[in-house]
Design a protein around this ligand. Structure first.
Ligand code: NAD
Length: 358
């Protein structure tokens, strides 16, 4: 079979660090294994435009492997050109870069390595909440500049204790964030999700569910976004919703960039409607050099904790998603059943309940 993988360029780092498995250099550690079985393995990071290696090779590929960190966007148009395609594997979590509806129609399965990096992301969320609330980034930048003016950074530094924190989406990552926030003695933990948490899970973390999104955001000091990107969440945090956000709230989005409206977020931060925005996901990846989220600031010069998409690709996570990808392929080649939690789209239907209410 022809297996096509769109991975990210690792450069010198990938040559020095073989555990960077998600790169075009280290190829998820599966080249030898695939070739021994007689499969063809094409690996590239060249993914944009009709002349890209991705678009040229998708036409006769049987299996497509992608990663959310450098997404090969499998549009409906490409699905129709991919005549042999039977399986898409996301090496990681989050398959919104694949046109899932088109895959349902064409009976192409979409699997991801569910759970492979949920702890990695939850830890990043907690770190991002703290760095915004405590005004960490401007404080560090001051030190690098050689300055020392405590009042300049303390003027916008707070404690997380006593604040209300809410998650949009209380699935694997959202719930792990709540678990990790427990010792901080927040005033209250809230969640907004059409799938309710089991009662005992909600009780364990003491979280309260709110059904109305505007009501939810108006109560939160910190909002963390942990739902997938789909028709129902694209642009969910937009100018209209931001009007209902508590003035000076902090937003952390490690889910998907396009859940938050790029320009509305930049404007809300600039005006002080929100005090900070942090995360690692962007509406386009790689983000263009002039993307407003790279440099946006609140009125006192801080509130930006943006980084490249890497929270779910720690070396620990890469080991898990590389091994999970291999297991999915192994099951597929040997006609063995897949782990049900990994199946986003099964043959001709959605198996996951997380990509919108259907
Ligand atoms: P999950 O499927 O376990 O949980 C997602 C939850 O979001 C579900 O409970 C679902 O009901 C809820 N949800 C869906 N639509 C919603 C809506 N409109 N409003 C409120 N809640 C909604 O998934 P997970 O493992 O927790 O991952 C969540 C997302 O995080 C992934 O889909 C992916 O986009 C993102 N992610 C990012 C990284 C990263 O490196 N930054 C890594 C892994 C996952």
């Amino acid at each position: 079979m022809k297996v096509l993988a769109i991975l990210y360029k690792g450069g010198a780092a990938a040559q020095q660090e073989p555990r960077l498995l998600g790169t075009i250099e280290n190829q998820l550690g599966i080249r030898e294994w695939l070739e021994k079985q007689g499969h063809e393995f094409v690996v590239t990071d060249d993914k944009e435009g009709p002349d890209s290696v991705f678009q040229k090779n998708i036409v006769d590929a049987d299996i497509l492997i992608t990663t959310p960190f450098h997404p090969g966007y499998l549009t409906g148009d490409l699905v129709s050109k991919a005549k042999n395609l039977k399986l898409c594997v996301t090496a990681g979590v989050g398959s919104d870069h694949i046109d899932l509806n088109a895959c349902v129609e064409r009976k192409i399965q979409v699997l991801e390595v569910t759970g492979s990096n949920v702890v990695s992301v939850a830890e990043h969320v907690v770190m991002s909440i703290l760095l915004l609330v405590r005004n960490f980034v401007p404080a560090h930048e001051m030190i690098e500049r050689g300055d020392w003016m405590v009042s300049e950074v303390a003027r916008n530094a707070f404690d997380l204790e006593g604040k209300v924190v809410g998650t949009i989406g209380a699935g694997r990552i959202g719930y792990r964030v709540l678990q990790r926030l427990l010792p901080f003695n927040c005033k209250e933990l809230l969640y907004y999700d059409y799938n309710a948490l089991p009662a005992d899970a909600a009780k364990t973390v003491g979280v309260r569910r709110i059904d109305d999104l505007k009501d939810f955001v108006s109560q939160c000091d910190v909002i963390t976004v942990n739902c997938p990107l789909h028709e129902g969440t694209r642009g969910l945090v937009n100018a209209e919703l931001l009007k209902h956000v508590k003035k000076g709230a902090w937003i952390v989005n490690t889910a998907r960039g396009a859940i938050c409206d790029k320009d509305a977020i930049a404007a809300a931060l600039k005006s002080g409607q929100i005090n900070g925005y942090s995360g690692d996901v962007w509406n386009v990846q790689p983000a263009p050099k002039d993307h407003p989220w790279r440099t946006m600031k609140n009125p006192v010069g801080g509130g930006n904790g943006m980084v490249p998409h890497y929270s779910g690709t720690t070396l620990d996570a890469q080991a898990r998603y590389a091994s999970g990808t291999k297991t999915i392929l192994e099951n597929f080649f040997n006609d063995k059943p897949q782990e049900p939690a990994n199946i986003i789209v099964g043959i001709g239907k959605y198996e996951s309940k997380a990509y919108g209410q259907r």
